[in-house]
Design a protein around this ligand. Structure first.
Ligand SMILES: N[C@@H](CCC(=O)N[C@@H](CS)C(=O)NCC(=O)O)C(=O)O
Length: 223
């Protein structure tokens, strides 16, 4: 098998899995866990010295960073469709990708841990409320960007949408009534057949995750 995606679907591996499904690729999914029993085990540190998930091997080519992976796969297999075929379209895809990582990734992650994923008694309301404040203004920016067209770059779904929607996918559980364009777009993206397949893997992994692993996620990532 030429493409291998490493990382249990509960992690940012979800992003790579969604892209692989959009592209209709044949791939092998190795659902390894975070930490010493998984990504930080010597055999995997040899492939990705960061000890984090996800990473891929594509015909022996190794790549880490979830959104570098989605951009790479889209460009390799779908230039002119999922990956913009123009210089400026490409730049916009990079813009939204960097934006998602810098503006909203951490906030949504903290919110979801302290609103949904940690056992109720261990959730920190102050962290949850602070995370909501952190994402409020970038969410307004995203909402405004979606006011006049269905997708970030215009009429068609591209890697820009996948990257941003994948990063904020756990925000579906938030009250998004203040940002209706964002809310409708997020549902539109997550209802795509490829997204649903990747989400099914993610939900299964979420449901099978014991509380001690969720605690470890919060601790390892200082969330
Ligand atoms: N910026 C990286 C972040 C990777 C990351 O932090 N992955 C998490 C799982 S979603 C992880 O492996 N955490 C466990 C650890 O740091 O040991 C990416 O987008 O791939």
């Amino acid at each position: 098998m030429s493409l291998r995606i490493y990382g249990i679907a509960r992690t940012r591996a979800f992003r790579a899995l969604w892209m692989a499904e959009e592209l209709g690729l044949v791939y092998e999914h190795l659902p390894i866990e975070i930490g010493d029993a998984g990504a930080r085990a010597p055999e995997f540190l040899k492939i990705n010295p960061n000890g984090r998930l996800p990473f891929i091997e594509d015909d022996g080519f190794v790549l880490f960073e979830s959104l570098a992976i989605t951009l790479y796969l889209a460009k390799k297999h779908s230039t002119g469709k999922l990956y913009p075929g123009t210089l400026q379209g490409e730049a916009k895809a990079w813009q939204w990708t960097s934006w998602a990582l810098n503006e909203v990734d951490r906030g949504v992650n903290i919110w979801s841990l302290h609103a949904v994923r940690l056992p109720q008694a261990e959730r920190d309301a102050a962290k949850r409320d602070e995370a909501l404040k952190v994402v409020a203004s970038p969410f307004k920016v995203l909402d405004a960007a979606l006011a006049n067209h269905p997708y970030l770059l215009g009429d068609d779904f591209t890697v820009a949408d996948l990257n941003v929607a994948a990063v904020i996918s756990r925000a579906v559980d938030m009250d998004l009534s203040a940002v209706p364009n964002l809310k409708a777009w997020l549902s539109r993206c997550l209802e795509r057949p490829a997204a649903r397949k990747a989400l099914a893997l993610k939900t299964k992994a979420d449901n099978e995750t014991p509380p001690e692993v969720t605690r470890r996620i919060a601790k390892l990532n200082r969330l």
